[in-house]
Design a protein around this ligand. Structure first.
Ligand SMILES: Nc1nc2c(ncn2[C@@H]2O[C@H](COP(=O)(O)OP(=O)(O)OP(=O)(O)O)[C@@H](O)[C@H]2O)c(=O)[nH]1
Ligand SMILES: [Mg+2]
Ligand SMILES: [Zn+2]
Length: 388
């Protein structure tokens, strides 16, 4: 018995798969039975004094929230300490946190006794959560089945990597791009610490140039800069322009310079940046919690702590291929409909790979994700030696 079914509709278009994919997502949402905690804003029963807010930071079971106007302005100076209403805490949601940074919530002011903590910050109970229009999540490193939502309702994803210290991991960039493609969020790639390139071999520099060119050809916005040594780089201004009127999440390894970059845009909270870059190899994160920060130059960013493990949950080959832009033109062209593009005969992707239309490196990312690589990209001294 053949392992693959014969695909008669070889001229299928990729957006047919997109339709299947979207349908599946919808069904999944229904099954989850979100109860009434997740409720469309129009259905919120807002009582006197209750307010609409945005979650600006989550620490264990507390969520810091800031009121948000109808025009979208978030009063990040007026922070409240919120706890999710008790009755919802027991629900068997498959997520690690019930609320995430970026969530739009309905809050009921309360005295601090109810919030179970002594604090000077005004307290509130989070009564409802509006459905998220986007979600940045990874597989919870402590549990296979759960997902850990890092942030929600973001418009842009700024993937930050450094050429060196820590060494750029193109595979990690690809994982973030997959997320952005799935969520319909605009990704922007930033390669920082350009100044360190001069200490590298010409071979390493050439390799980096090629990778950057690959992303550019795929239509991704990609910038190369050095926040530390060239703060006047026009790329920094250009990125600032792209962040205006938007909510942008910064992601990437610890120590790549996310907070240093944010500090270029006169944020309301200036984050301390450890002057000794080497501290990062000792496993210390400067940014501890993902937090929502208003920029003087316009827009909001969610700066996140660099995480060691950024694993995506399992995805089918159809879903995954769709997230690799260069695979799309070939979708439906494989001999077998359920082609995984690994070793199947008559595979259009493998054919394109052979012809150099898909790069080996991007293909390896796809294969690793499909077959489940570890996703662990800890910053070790070995990384330094690996040099690409
Ligand atoms: N050489 C060089 N170092 C830089 C550059 N930008 C930032 N750094 C240094 O890199 C280190 C890490 O910077 P951060 O901005 O704290 O990095 P981060 O990505 O926010 O790190 P986490 O908060 O741990 O995720 C600091 O010591 C910075 O001074 C750069 O362009 N060149
Ligand atoms: Mg930081
Ligand atoms: Zn195939």
């Amino acid at each position: 018995m053949a392992r693959w079914k014969y695909n008669k509709n070889r001229d299928d278009e990729y957006f047919r798969y997109d339709k299947i994919r979207r349908g599946k997502d919808k069904r999944k949402k229904k099954q989850d039975g979100e109860e009434k905690f997740v409720l469309d804003e129009v259905q919120w029963k807002k009582e006197d004094g209750w307010f609409r807010a945005r979650v600006v930071e989550v620490q264990k079971r507390y969520a810091f929230v800031a009121p948000q106007d109808d025009d979208g302005t978030i009063d990040t100076k007026d922070v409240w300490l919120g706890t999710v209403a008790r009755k919802y805490l027991q629900s068997k949601r498959m997520e690690r946190n019930s609320v995430a940074v970026g969530d739009v919530v309905l809050c009921r002011p309360t005295d601090d006794r109810e919030a179970d903590i002594e604090t000077d910050i005004p307290c509130c109970v989070i009564v409802n959560l509006a459905p998220r229009h986007s979600e940045i999540s990874r597989r919870d490193p402590t549990s296979q089945e759960r997902s850990h939502v890092l942030a929600s309702n973001v418009d842009q994803l700024l993937v930050v990597a450094s050429y060196q210290s820590p060494l750029v991991k193109w595979g990690l960039v690809d994982r973030y791009l997959v997320l952005a493609e799935e969520q319909g969020i605009e990704p922007i790639i930033v390669l920082n610490k350009e100044d360190l390139l001069k200490e590298e071999s010409e071979e390493f520099r050439q390799r980096c140039r090629e990778e950057i060119e690959t992303y550019r050809r795929l239509g991704y916005r990609i910038f190369s800069l050095s926040v530390l040594t060239n703060s006047k780089d026009p790329a920094i201004t250009e990125i600032g322009e792209l962040m205006k009127d938007k909510v942008t999440i910064l992601s990437g390894h610890s120590g790549v310079g996310k907070s240093s970059l944010v500090n270029m845009y006169r944020p309301e909270i200036v984050q301390e940046v450890e002057p000794d870059a080497d501290i990062f190899y000792k496993g210390r994160h400067t940014t501890t919690y993902a937090s929502f920060i208003g920029l003087d130059t316009g827009g909001y960013v969610i700066d996140t702590p660099g995480i060691r493990s950024f694993l995506l949950g399992d995805r089918s080959s159809i879903d995954l291929s769709y997230s690799f832009r260069e695979f799309r033109p070939y979708m439906g062209a494989c001999k077998f409909r359920e082609c995984r593009h690994i070793d199947e005969p008559g595979c259009a992707i493998l054919d394109a790979l052979q012809k150099g239309e898909i790069t080996n490196r991007r293909y390896r990312s796809y294969k690793g994700l499909l077959l489940g690589d570890t996703g662990r990209e800890g910053r070790t001294r070995d990384d330094e030696l690996e040099k690409g």
